[in-house]
Design a protein around this ligand. Structure first.
Ligand SMILES: Nc1ncnc2c1ncn2[C@@H]1O[C@H](COP(=O)(O)OP(=O)(O)OP(=O)(O)O)[C@@H](O)[C@H]1O
Ligand SMILES: [Mg+2]
Length: 472
């Protein structure tokens, strides 16, 4: 989160290329450097930038990611005991730092001369010069990283992975093709060898990056009522079920990834969650809504300084829940469609419902399919009726794995009542039996209730069949 805050500044500075460098230091510790090729800062601007709550840019430019004039300092000092910044704009090279000694002596900001700036750059980015303009932010003495000495490479590797996940998601819109495209690379720099490992260019991790929508008609815009129309833009998505795509899984578990995705100027601020309106639950696992907040509502929506959470006031949530697509799909309907898509998920072969296919007159089978809305494309398994001798105490036997419903041959004559037998005989009995067992035939496992239901049907029919009068 803190690194993303620094990259926000690079993006505001119109950088095209950002490098996040983990430095495996000779003393076994890990430092972090963020290099960019943005517009850089003059010494005056850098002075202002290093102040807490600098007011220079708290102007009306709403397209900036920066807002509070604090990110550079707060994000840095929340992670590192010392912050150094070296920046070039035009010919000017300037550097400043918040060092422990300076902070202790009453918040005195360290100022570097040109020569010292060059020296600093040589230490951490000898291979990545600041060309015409650019900025290097250097964090040292990281607090939150286990700084066991001797293990720097290992720590750096782990950090690299976490950074990659988070940044690929937070900046996915910038990493994708487009007008504001930027490249972000993460790499490990071995200070002793003065060499860098292979840089890992970030590929966007788009939480809406599915190949085909889970439900036809989606994604769709949802338009909130009244004044909220201009404050946020909603697009409701339904993921296809059973995805194992990294874009679906996302770092941090799937269940928490359903719900609202808030963007501010294309930067993802909150990824997933229902903001207290409902619990994350598997049935809503396919529902994700992209919400682009207009920066004019920052105050309303309680954007925090770190820009990681949003405290959405009730009226905003209500506006979201009253949003409707241009075709008239309500928010509620959208949620039920997403739930329905989830329920249809991954019906394994054994889970598919059994539908009569064999043992009835052909036109009756066709009619039954039509009634049950079984199309050729509807997933189901064939149910076959068979006759075989069974114990007298049972009327039928159900083998769901094999998809066979066996009728007791002992009772066949009674049921035929004088008519000749055939492979499609006693259609009424077979249809009624199918209807009586429909739930059991459609479910994968028989719980105690369903099992009792099946046994009951069996007992009753055995009793009934004894009353069939046998003719001849
Ligand atoms: N990489 C950079 N390149 C050019 N200028 C920068 C860079 N980083 C910071 N600055 C300058 O320093 C100022 C202060 O940055 P800081 O992150 O502290 O605040 P902010 O971005 O304005 O607001 P926020 O607190 O929301 O991040 C910025 O407004 C910008 O002018
Ligand atoms: Mg900032």
């Amino acid at each position: 989160v803190a690194v993303a805050d620094i990259i926000d500044n690079s993006i505001d500075a119109k950088a095209r290329h950002v490098v996040v460098r983990l430095i495996a230091r000779t003393d076994g510790k890990v430092d972090l450097v963020i290099w960019d090729d943005g517009c850089g800062m003059s010494s005056g601007r850098l002075k202002e930038a290093m102040r807490f709550g600098s007011s220079m840019e708290i102007e009306s430019d709403m397209s900036r990611l920066g807002k509070f004039g604090l990110g550079l300092k707060l994000a840095s000092l929340s992670q590192a005991r010392e912050l150094r910044v070296v920046s070039r704009s035009d010919r000017e090279l300037s550097g400043r730092a918040w060092l422990e000694t300076g902070i202790a002596r009453g918040f005195i900001c360290t100022v570097y001369e040109q020569r010292e700036c060059l020296q600093l750059l040589r230490q951490v980015v000898p291979d990545r010069p600041l060309q015409r303009a650019g900025t290097v932010v250097w964090w040292s003495h990281l607090y939150r990283v286990a700084q066991r000495s001797g293990d720097a490479q290992h720590i750096a590797q782990r950090l690299l992975k976490r950074l990659k996940d988070h940044l690929a998601l937070a900046f996915h819109r910038f990493l994708a093709k487009g007008k504001r495209k930027i490249d972000i690379e993460i790499e490990i720099f071995d200070q002793a060898q003065r060499s860098r490992g292979l840089p890992a260019p970030l590929t966007p991790l788009d939480p809406f990056g599915y190949p085909v929508s889970g439900v036809e008609g989606f994604p769709t815009k949802l338009v909130p009522p009244d004044v909220y129309k201009n404050r946020m833009a909603l697009v409701a998505h339904i993921w296809p079920p059973n995805s194992s795509a990294p874009e679906y899984k996302l770092p941090g578990g799937v269940n928490g990834k359903q719900g609202f995705y808030f963007y501010r100027n294309d930067r993802l601020i909150q990824g997933g969650g229902w903001n207290g309106r409902r619990e994350a639950e598997p049935h809503l696992g396919l529902a994700r809504i992209a919400i682009d907040l207009d920066p004019s509502v920052d105050v309303d929506v309680g954007l925090d300084v770190k820009k990681v959470t949003i405290e959405l006031p009730d009226e905003y949530i209500q506006a979201i829940e009253h949003a409707e697509s241009p075709e008239g799909v309500s928010f509620k309907q959208y949620l039920s469609l997403a739930q329905a898509a989830y329920r249809k998920r991954q019906l394994t072969e054994a889970e598919l419902p059994l539908i009569p296919s064999d043992g009835l007159p052909a036109d009756l089978t066709a009619f039954l399919h039509k009634e049950l809305r079984i199309k050729r494309t509807t997933k189901h398994r064939d149910l076959k009726f068979r006759w075989a001798p069974l114990s007298k105490s049972t009327f039928f036997a159900m083998d769901r794995d094999a998809g066979v419903l066996t009728l007791n041959r002992v009772y066949r004559r009674a049921l035929l009542n004088g008519l000749p037998g055939s492979s499609a005989d006693v259609p009424v009995v077979k249809c009624l039996l199918f209807l009586a067992l429909r739930d059991a035939l459609a479910s994968q496992r028989l719980g105690p209730n369903l099992k009792e239901q099946v046994d009951q049907v069996n007992r009753i029919l055995v009793r009934a069949v004894r009353h069939e009068r046998i003719v001849g």
